[in-house]
Ligand binder design. Sequence first.
Ligand code: PMP
Length: 470
Amino acid sequence: MELLFEREDEPIVIRRPCALQFDSDPIHLARASKQYIYDTAGNEYLDASNNTAHVGHCHPHVVSAGQSQMARAACSQGYVCDVQKRYLKKLLETLPEKLSVCFLLNSGSEANDLALRLARRYTGGDDIVVFENTYHGNLSSLIEISPKLYRYEEPRNRESIHVIPLPDSCHIERENVPHETDRLVQEARSLIQAQVKRGRSIAGFLSEIIVVNAGVVVPPNGYYQGLYRAVREAGGLCIADEVQTGLGRMGEHFWAFQQHGVLPDIITIGKQLGNGYPLAAVITTRDIADSIGDFVSTYGGNPVACSMGLAVLEVIQNEQMQSSCTMVGYILKEGLVNLKARYSCIGSIRGSGLCLGVEIVGYNSGNPDPFTTNEIKDRMKAEKILLISQGPDHNVLVITPPMCFTTENARRFLRSFESVLAAIQSEGFSFKKVRTHYRNNVTTSPDSQYSSSSDDENPRKRFRALEDLD
Ligand code: PMP
């Protein structure tokens, strides 16, 4: 994605680090506060998707922690720093004792890169197992293991990356297949074992536990227990990428891995840790941490980042954000489930707490429907509510707002969402023809777009306009 700025002699081109939301009419951000974003025209938007501003945009406690630390000491490389110790103690208190060593870094990508290095050093293996349709960061090492990017960039070391199917409990429930979890674990185990038999050495399995980047996909209960066992039998470590899900967002559990009853060997965290300030972490066991030599980072764990990270944890605790997130998430989910019963374009509601996905499908086909998804997003924006979409078919609306989202915000969201769905339905989904033409230069009628089996008619192949990687 490029942005052009006019200059007298030549345009200035900025390669943006990620795609714009609402690319035809992007928001010109002026400021943000709590769960609201303000544009330069003075409009206030309810932010229903920014999980980086975890405790709320520009939370005063976090801002003042950063400001005062900035004035005291901003860098600490080579020194011991009290705020760093206080931060690590508080962060590690949220985790099982076994995960006792923490590396502080600056981004989720850096954290995942270090996790791969640790797994490879500790096991002596090379190969990494990942889920299909997933994304783990923007470094070369992570592009390689992010199947979501393979359609744009072929990985260089493809033989050492093993992509396994990502089971979706919503689809399994819908199809009502008995004993599916055991079969799915067995399938994954066989794929991993086949690689071991070929002489490949498995270093680890890296995944989000609730796979937000694939469209908030939640594997069935018991699946991770079986899969982690299979990975460890093959000699690999289990790495949980909590970059999108950590710090209480899942509601009843502080970490997504707790929800699935497993204990990873390494966890990686980013985004929410610094509430918008760059801060990330890798947390692991003493043995695994000791498998690498020196660890050096100029900015990793700098005192400003630690002060802000500490303030984030304090806000979560003082403002009881985890329990509020559980309750608000419950109201939202229940409201969405009610809407699903009345609007056939809702295929499923996934997730928990303030990490929810709404799958949008064709009203008469049940197939993924990126066009309606996009139309809903645009109309919600007109209602001054911001949403993003995810998934290989760009058809899952992701609701991951700042944790200060209130019950009143949830009710407003549901009211607007219902009125958008009702309008779209009463118009007979007639926007699609225009939408399709605009996006892809292909004209197709609303009813026929998923009826053909040819590859050209496959929405997965055609709908490539949005590259919503975060
Ligand atoms: N892991 C996951 C699951 C992510 O969603 C992302 C970014 N969206 C990353 C890692 C990379 O984090 P960052 O952009 O901070 O490098």
